[in-house]
Design a binder for this molecule. Structure first.
Ligand code: NAD
Length: 260
């Protein structure tokens, strides 16, 4: 039950949840590949991990660009010798009611969350199948993989879609001992969420404090944000789990906001 000496590609790892996962996996002996749209952020994060004695490679990657994804996964495989774990985490948020949402914004959301998950999965699976040593794919879903909230149609649609992708990959990749699972966090205070608070305050006509207390955290058991460390711990558990007993599953980490 370990990620020691395994190579983990983490998309969107220059910030927030992905960055924490990169630090936690590196501290547990994984070779981490920080793949992000922001090349300086990816290199900075990789340098920080190397400075702490970990193994890390920073990569510029737009997960919606097939050529860039294939080139990045290839480079990571050459650099560390294998691709064992993919954490498809890159994501953005656009908050608008459906009747005001621009089609371009809908397509951008679906592209980053779903096309990105597909492209990185396809490229990683081909390495995992050729290596013949199994693997683990983890999609960063959300409580919004299970529930809906106003103003978040493309996000909710895409995050629900990841459950379907994970279940198909779990079935197709099982003969190669590759698992696919989804981690579903509640609100985590990262730049992605910090940006939404003033936006939602304006759209809903309430204070920023009320957006946090009466919208974001209202259904949690304790009024607390989930932390990046909570999410990274779930990913570490799933990535290190040895058998196919845990595949095609989704794990909600949300202070009880969603229960099933
Ligand atoms: P964040 O904004 O802190 O980090 C997202 C990272 O993704 C950034 O470094 C950004 O550069 C990168 N990125 C954006 N578009 C990209 C692209 N096309 N290609 C490659 N990289 C790209 O956000 P976060 O809160 O850490 O979110 C990470 C993931 O967790 C997202 O999928 C998000 O939907 C999910 N999530 C977040 C929360 C939350 O409350 N923060 C809750 C549930 C799920």
């Amino acid at each position: 039950m370990s990620v020691q000496n395994k190579t983990a590609v983490i998309t969107g790892a220059a910030s927030g949840i992905g960055l924490e996962i990169a630090h936690v996996f590196a501290a547990n002996g994984a070779n981490v590949v920080i793949a992000d749209l922001n090349p300086e952020g990816a290199e900075k994060a990789a340098a920080e991990i190397r400075a702490k004695g970990g193994q890390a490679l920073g990569l510029a990657m737009n997960v919606t660009d097939e050529v860039a994804v294939n080139a990045g996964i290839e480079r990571a495989a050459k650099h560390f010798g294998s691709i064992d774990i993919l954490i498809s985490n890159a994501g953005i948020q656009i908050v608008k009611p459906v009747n005001e949402l621009a089609y371009e914004d809908w397509k951008r959301m679906i592209a980053i969350h779903l096309d990105g998950a597909f492209l990185t999965t396809k490229a990683s699976l081909n390495h995992m199948y050729a290596q013949g040593t199994g693997g683990s794919i983890i999609y960063m879903g959300s409580v919004h993989s299970k529930l809906a909230s106003v103003l978040k149609a493309p996000y909710v649609a895409a995050k629900h879609g990841l459950l379907g992708l994970a279940r198909v990959v779990a079935k197709e990749a099982a003969p190669h001992k590759v698992k696919a699972n989804v981690v579903c966090p509640g609100f985590v205070y990262t730049p992605l969420v910090a940006k939404q608070i003033p936006e939602q305050a304006v759209t809903l006509g309430i204070s920023e404090d009320d957006v946090v207390k009466k919208v974001m955290l209202k259904d949690t058991v304790d009024g607390e944000f989930t932390t990046t460390a909570d999410v990274a711990a779930c990913c570490l558990f799933l990535a290190g789990f040895e058998t196919l007993a845990l595949t095609g599953q989704s794990l909600i980490v949300s202070h009880g906001w969603a229960m099933e």
